[in-house]
Design a protein around this ligand. Structure first.
Ligand code: UDP
Length: 355
């Protein structure tokens, strides 16, 4: 059996790690293709180094283009590679341009397609991620769901064949790495365990919208503790354009470069509370039982809203400050994301189906 995985963005490098390990353990041939969607050292290479992910077999170098151009380049680049490799299955991960373009390229080549993290929905078709997810799910032959809610979402859209609840591969990686990180990331930023907040922003609604971005930062500028803020390149681009808005006027916010996965886990674990618009970070806050304030009005990970340890605050300053006060750890930790063996379960399914 030969499987080809397509990745291109930060969360996909994390998601593919346990899948590669499972293929290796089961002696299944695996080919890794990096589209080049994310290309900065801190957004790409550091994950390969820290998580010991093998060097990609193919790299499409689509960096720095618009989503439309990236889609075209990925389709074009994959055509020849898929023709040459003829894998038994292509796997795509999550909800990015690389996911959707990779899915379409496999469909064109009539190669069976598997979607890892299938069935997630925000029900907002103005979000590029939602369009990518819906299209990919409807093109896929095998759908690997991280939660039971994801299975139900697919059922509502009439997708019931070859849908498998395997658990979340991000929980696999989390479990494998939460105890291994030893770094000086707290010391480096002059913060103490449970003495700071952690902030991430990268969604179109917040990173590309000056008013929303300002509103979030002004709210956080009002709290007395430090806020560690690893800035995503997309958000950095917008911050650079803010002429009337100086980060130095918000001295409690520590603007730092994106950090590697192991440092991020340490920052998350030791944060008093986490503020984010990221899907992965919301889940990691949930795994760690660190209160999370989500800077959106909806979430694909509705399970994390149970017991009040994740609050949807949107971007209004008032709502964010209120949510920071009220969001607390939950009393009874419950896992909705499988048992940390999602990749192993996926490979079992693939072995049964592909032989
Ligand atoms: N992450 C990281 N360094 C950072 C910010 C995030 O390693 O500076 C990790 C985070 O721990 C999580 C993943 O990146 O595992 C989430 O990716 P992202 O927020 O880019 O995308 P999303 O999850 O929203 O698709």
């Amino acid at each position: 059996m030969k499987v080809l995985s397509i990745v291109g963005a930060r969360p996909q490098f994390i998601k593919v790690k346990p899948v590669i390990e499972s293929f290796r353990r089961n002696r299944i041939q695996h080919i890794l293709l990096h589209t080049g969607q994310h290309y900065d050292y801190e957004m790409s290479k550091i994950f390969f180094q820290q998580l010991n992910i093998p060097k990609p077999d193919y790299h499409l170098n689509v960096k720095g283009q618009t989503s439309t151009q990236q889609t075209a380049l990925i389709l074009q680049g994959l055509e020849g590679i898929l023709k040459k490799e003829r894998p038994d299955m292509v796997l795509v991960y999550g909800d990015t341009t690389s996911t959707m373009a990779g899915a379409l390229a496999s469909v064109h080549q009539k190669i069976p397609l598997g979607h890892v993290e299938a069935g997630l929905r925000s029900y907002r078709l103005d979000m590029p991620e939602e369009v990518n997810r819906v299209l990919t799910d409807h093109m896929s032959n095998l759908l690997f769901c991280p939660t039971k809610a994801a299975v139900d979402n697919l059922k509502r859209e009439g997708i019931t064949k070859n849908v498998f609840f395997v658990g979340d591969v991000m929980y696999d990686v989390f479990k494998q790495n939460i105890s291994v990180g030893h770094s000086n990331i707290l010391k480096k930023n002059g913060v103490k365990p449970k003495g700071y907040y952690l902030l991430t922003i990268h969604r179109q609604d917040n990173a590309d919208n000056i008013e929303n971005l300002k509103s979030i930062l002004l709210a956080l500028g009002k709290i007395k503790d430090s806020v560690v803020f690893p800035v995503h390149p997309r958000t950095q681009k917008m911050l650079k354009t803010l002429k009337d808005f100086k980060p130095e006027n918000l001295p409690n916010i520590l603007f730092i470069s994106p950090v590697g996965y192991l440092d991020m886990l340490i920052l998350e674990k030791n944060a008093k509370k986490i503020l984010t618009d990221s899907g992965g970070v919301q889940k990691e806050a949930y795994f760690l039982n660190v209160p999370c304030i989500t800077l959106r009005n909806e979430t694909e990970w509705k399970e994390t809203l149970n017991d009040g340890c994740n609050t949807l605050a949107g971007v209004s300053q008032e709502k964010i400050l209120k949510a920071i006060k009220k969001t607390a750890p939950r009393k009874k930790p419950k896992s909705f994301f499988g048992d940390g063996r999602a990749a192993e379960e996926m490979v079992e399914v693939l072995k049964k189906i592909l032989g």
